[in-house]
Design a binder for this molecule. Structure first.
Ligand SMILES: [Zn+2]
Length: 239
């Protein structure tokens, strides 16, 4: 694993405040019997979208918190909360004609002789309680997220160092890398997951019998190397 975990003493109050907002959404997910992961997208120091895991509610395995938030910004640009954000997706046949703007016509950025196009979520920071999975880490890269700040590492599915390093992999040539750091309200994020996994997951195809479970409250420290998560961050995988 190659997670970059920031020591609590180096975390800014503002980052922690946004992560606290993400935790509220994780709690909402927990109350809705979803795997408790929550997130907010922040642009110009303002929250422009909130999301939480809705995979059960939506009967949609891709409806992770990040996609839930993203859909508020991307599919319907007429309701985009941040007019400077641009739409990344393949134009659809029923799209209204796009007025060319300076932003849309932004020149490609040269990067080691490869062209990388400016992307719509440039300047947007994702705060998410659990390290994004590989799918979400890739989506964030494709929409050009500026930075990802997460709570606990995800050593089963993580795409920002936990399993793969989608955020920084130099082989992905056509979308810019982003920085991803964790450790923000990490213990809270882990406890949300533990509280979920200690209760019966009634949405699972075959609910597992977990009669004698005890909610563990000790959480191992992040290793001094600032990488990796001791044992399993959440004792069960997230997402
Ligand atoms: Zn995900």
């Amino acid at each position: 694993m190659d997670n970059t975990m920031i020591p609590v003493s180096e975390q800014s109050e503002q980052d922690l405040a946004f992560m606290a907002e993400a935790c509220l959404l994780a709690e909402e997910a927990l109350n809705a019997k979803e795997i408790p992961v929550g997130c907010v997208l922040v642009h110009d120091n303002k929250i422009v979208a909130r999301g939480r895991n809705r995979t059960n509610e939506g009967r949609n395995a891709t409806l992770h918190a990040e996609f839930d938030a993203l859909r508020h910004l991307l599919p319907d640009r007429t309701h985009a909360l941040t007019p400077t954000l641009r739409r990344p997706f393949t134009p659809q046949h029923d799209d209204p004609p796009v007025e060319p703007t300076a932003a849309v016509e932004a020149a490609p950025v040269e990067n080691k002789s490869r062209k990388i196009w400016e992307t719509p979520l440039k300047g947007v920071v994702l705060y998410v309680t659990v390290e994004p999975c590989i799918m979400c880490a890739s989506a964030m890269r494709q929409v050009g997220i500026e930075k990802v700040i997460y709570g606990c590492a995800n050593d089963r599915f993580g795409g920002c160092g936990g399993v793969q390093s989608i955020h920084s992999d130099p082989r992905l040539l056509y979308s810019p890398p982003y920085s991803a750091v964790g450790g923000y309200l990490r213990e809270e994020a882990i406890m949300f997951l533990r509280r979920f996994y200690i209760s019966e997951n009634t949405n699972a195809p075959k609910p597992k019998k977990k009669a004698n479970r005890v909610l563990k409250t000790e959480i191992a420290e992040v290793t001094p190397s600032r990488t990796g998560s001791p044992a399993t961050e959440a004792s069960s995988g997230a997402e």
